[in-house]
Design a protein. Sequence first.
Length: 581
Amino acid sequence: MIARLWRDFIWPQKHTLLAAAFFMILLALATAAYGFLVKFIIDSAVALQAEADAASNAKRYALLIAPALIVVTMVSGGAMFAQRVLTNKLALNVIAALQKQMFARAHAADYASFAREPVGNLVSKFTNDVSVLSNALIRAVSNLVRDSLTVLFIIISMLVINWQLTVLIVLIYPLAMWPIVTITKRLRGNATDVQSHIGVITSNLQESFGGARMVKTYGLEAAEQKRLGKAFDKRINYYLKLITEQARVDPILEVFGGLAIAGVFIFGVYQYSAGQATPGDIGGVLTLLLTAAPRIRALGTLNNVVQEGLSALARIFTVIDERPLIVDKADAQTLSNPRGAISFEDVSFAYTDGTMAIQEVSFSVKPGQTIALVGASGGGKTTVMNLIPRLYDVSAGKVKIDGIDVRDTTTDSLRGAMALVSQGVTLFNDTVAANIGFGDQNASQDDIITAAKAADAHDFIVSLPDGYNTIIGEDGGSLSGGQRQRIAIARAFLRDAPILLLDEATSALDTQSESKVQAALDRLAKGPTTIVIAHRLSTIKNADCIYVMDGGKIIESGTHAQLSKKRGGAYAKLLKAQALG
């Protein structure tokens, strides 16, 4: 994963990376220089005590040391600022590239994948996992490289000052690696549990807030608090396990750091007494060791962040790596000037778990005709409609548009020939004009207004606070059901597609709203080939043909007049149930 992240996302930012690396090296060199300055100051002070003209020599030393300290601190401060800005820029650009690729892959995924994975879990990958990875990446690029370089140059400086003391330190610190590696193995699993459970919580929150009306009406607040409370408590347990493992690293490094300092002091005193080291050597090495210690601890705790980041990266790559099964063939043809003829030839469809949704369904629709699909829930009506824009591929048989198998066409041209109006209207937290304009991205304002008028939506739109520029809120929350539906119809008018799919577009409306929406739908259905899934049979009396579905099969077909005369027939029973027979 690290190699892939480097190759595909970090290295393309090589100019920023190399500039950051330059300033990191500069910062590491400046930090390592402090050891030589301390050695020089201590040895100079010792030498001055033995000189007769100490006062004048002290001034000479001060004139040398003061400018050197100022230069080193200025270089260190400037390099620190530059590398921090550059490394954050690099990390943020990498995160943006990952998110864009995730979003593109998520939208390219099969429709079935959205039904398979809770939306909250997917959203969690875009928010929480990306946030965890962003933190890990910034820390890794900045701290890992910078602190590693700093420790490296410090060791080199210590070797130059006194190699015997340096060897002692280098022998002590690696002993800390064995327990840290053991902790690392557990950290990755704990981090994965935490991030996966955040996806569960996100899904639960969406369900609870999305069903606020039902929750309040049924008085389920306490039950929901209990249900979500358990999820929150479980999250705390996962976090405590993660934090407990993370907390083990600092004490281990602290203890070994103390051992290294004690070793340097004891061995340094021995060397000094034997005339093998100067006080400046001991002071310089101790200064560099104390400078390196927090950076070594930071590298140790950075491992915690890296493990969390790798766990998040694995989940992110699952989104990027998902490949859709519904793809265009190499020789797929474009539907040019589609007329809207639709035919199903012995079509069967089964879900991945083997459940049969429809079996051997056959019918044909001529351009401009309207057919209706009716029947009890679970009869296969929605599956039939979903196969037309190829949201799923048939298990057997063929679905054809203008005589061409939909699997032989490009999905863009196939779906570009269709407009959809469903019971569950999808609106975005944008202006009214933008929501209608999604039907045709190139439409002008006049085109949008014309479509709104055709959908009987213009009058209520202009009465809104900002007219067509009114922000309608999340999922059109500021509008009534009938208004939301008419905006969706206006969107379909604007698309002006030869095939119109109506999925129970009026079933959730009151009588007054239904009459306005139905009138708009009748106008919309004049011209294109129209497939209607209807719950209220009064809305499909004028359909050219009605197909009654049950158990995934067509059990009756005919016009309203023909089917209503069949005593004991399935359609006649539906009419009677709705008091229309």
